[in-house]
Design a protein around this ligand. Structure first.
Ligand code: DGL
Length: 272
């Protein structure tokens, strides 16, 4: 039903998922990638579960209408709810939170911080997935209300980024003085890893789950004989918000073989 020549779908609430596309392009250079960055309702991480699901279903429907063979949800916030929408689609959906939890378990850490959106922190999903396989690991979640939004603006306002980090990661660091490992539990955050290193050098191990998620995509495609070994590896970017910002940021992140950056309709708003 799916073909090896169908694209890989990647979606995020915003452009943070570019950090996953970067890893997919390294690992699977012949795969065509269709990226959907839903920027209109961003940050999803400050919204409620019902609204996030309502918006997510429309994003997945869009990717389905474009014939994707698999979807990488390159958004931690949306990945925490994966069991709520996985059953509705025929294609495999890969969670970045499961990838991040795998990384922590593999690193055999006794304690780890998870810096994420407020919603991801509230769900406790990282802690659940990690301690199910590594019960001795202590997981400390810290939500950041505005960091993903500030990064999404694309102007890297250093003062705003640092202030948000001090207000959030600063709290986690003060509460757990010996903590040295941190999951970047929002796909936007690897883009400010240098700010984190500068302000909080005690975090000597920053875990970015993007590479693991890309590996999970590859393994699934191998298992299901859907790997594209000789495609052009082109990237089509669709955004519901600002085409110019998405184009500029794609170049900044180092994405390659960009065929198009286009504006697509935003999801319908959620009404209670
Ligand atoms: N990039 C998303 C994540 O990984 C956050 C974006 C948002 O909150 O809208 O959680």
């Amino acid at each position: 039903m799916f073909s090896a020549y169908s694209p890989i779908g990647v979606m995020d609430a915003g452009l943070g998922g570019y950090t996953v596309v970067r890893e997919l392009q390294k690992l699977l250079p012949h795969e065509e990638i269709l990226y959907l960055g839903e920027g209109v309702y961003q940050p999803y991480g400050n919204r409620g579960e019902a609204e996030i699901l309502f918006l997510t279903r429309q994003c997945l429907d869009f990717l389905q209408s474009r014939g994707v063979k698999i979807v990488a949800v390159a958004c931690n916030t949306i990945s925490t709810l994966i069991e709520h929408y996985r059953p509705f689609y025929d294609f495999e959906i890969i969670s970045i939170v499961e990838a991040g939890a795998d990384d922590v378990v593999a690193a055999k850490l006794s304690e780890v911080g998870v810096l994420s959106t407020v919603f991801t922190a509230k769900t406790g999903q990282y802690a659940r997935l990690i301690t199910a396989r590594s019960p001795q690991t202590r997981v400390y979640a810290q939500g950041c209300p505005w960091l993903a939004r500030i990064i999404e603006d694309g102007d890297f306002d250093q003062k705003r980024i640092d202030t948000e980090l001090i207000n959030t990661l600063g709290k986690l660091a003060a509460e757990h003085p010996g903590l040295d490992s941190l999951v970047l539990g929002c796909t936007h955050f690897p883009l400010v890893a240098n700010n984190i290193k500068k302000l909080f050098p005690q975090f000597t191990q920053l875990i970015n789950p993007a590479a693991s998620q890309a590996r999970m995509v590859k393994e699934h495609l191998e298992r299901t004989h859907l790997l594209n070994m000789n495609g052009s590896g082109s990237l089509r970017i669709c955004t519901t918000s600002d085409v110019e910002v998405y184009r500029r940021m794609a170049a900044f992140v180092g994405l390659e073989r960009i065929e198009s950056v286009s504006l697509v309709p935003a999801p319908k708003p959620y009404k209670q």
